[in-house]
Design a protein around this ligand. Structure first.
Ligand code: PEP
Length: 249
């Protein structure tokens, strides 16, 4: 069965709650489609107004992060039950900015992925190499390690529903998109890695996004690649351009 594309926006630390409502109202008519799942991953404080604003549309609201404990003395964190209680279905896990600025590791990513599945939330699991790693020729080794650890203890049935976002760090927010060949090569490598961990059926089912300066111009050539099932979009997700990315065909 053909995989349905999934196009997700990562708002990062942008948009106050009132700005979020305004942006969703602007984007709502532009992102209508039956051909892709459309997810807006928004700051925690925007989740509830965003859900309200997106009601009746095809926009699904996701979180940008989540903690791996159920509850307790973890000041400032958001629990999985807090997300499911309001209807959040997706959460970005292990974005490179969280790994770089908030000390997330492959191990904490794994704990969060397991916890998300436990609560029925679909994780969008991020991986990606630095420019140095690419230049040293260790891109695939590095990403395989990230993916293998992220999926430790995850069942094949769960993995089939997961989303992996391949985001070369050197391409995030830099305006430098990976070439379609580079993006397809790594996304194909990730699918092979999933086949090794699980089986062909799981590898065929899992959805793999490309992320890194995706815009309306680059989306079509990226999204036709056989192993690229959509995009994780930062900057361009905050503009009407996002409508063109979603309706890339
Ligand atoms: C991201 O935040 O995941 C991202 C890919 O950002 P940008 O599209 O701005 O490079």
């Amino acid at each position: 069965m053909a995989r349905k594309k999934i196009i997700a926006g990562n708002w990062k630390m942008n948009m106050t709650p009132s700005e979020a409502v305004e942006l969703i109202n602007t984007l709502k008519p532009l992102v209508e489609t039956d051909e892709a799942d459309v997810v807006f991953c928004v700051p925690a404080i925007d989740i509830i107004p965003a859900l309200e604003a997106a009601k009746g549309s095809n926009i699904q609201i996701g979180a940008e992060n989540m903690y791996f404990e159920e509850k307790g003395a973890y000041t400032g964190e958001i629990s999985p039950a807090m997300l499911t209680d309001v209807g959040v279905k997706y959460v970005i896990i292990g974005h490179s900015e969280r790994r770089e600025y908030f000390a997330e590791t492959n191990e904490t990513v794994n704990k969060k992925v397991l916890k998300a599945f436990e609560h029925g939330i679909t994780p969008i699991v991020c991986c990606g190499e630095t420019l140095t790693q690419r230049e040293q020729g260790v891109t695939m080794d590095f990403i395989r390690q990230q993916v293998k650890i992220a999926f430790l203890g995850v069942t094949a049935e769960q993995a089939k529903t997961a989303v992996i976002a391949y985001e070369p760090i050197w391409a995030i927010g830099t305006g430098k998109t990976a070439t379609t060949e580079q993006a397809q090569e790594v996304c194909g490598g990730i699918r092979k890695c999933i086949a090794e961990i699980y089986d062909e059926a799981t590898a065929e089912a899992i959805r793999i996004q490309y992320g890194g300066s995706v815009n309306a111009k680059t989306a079509p050539e990226l999204f036709v690649q056989p192993d690229i099932d959509g995009g994780l979009v930062g900057g361009a997700a905050l503009k009407p351009d996002f409508g063109k990315i979603v309706n890339w065909k």
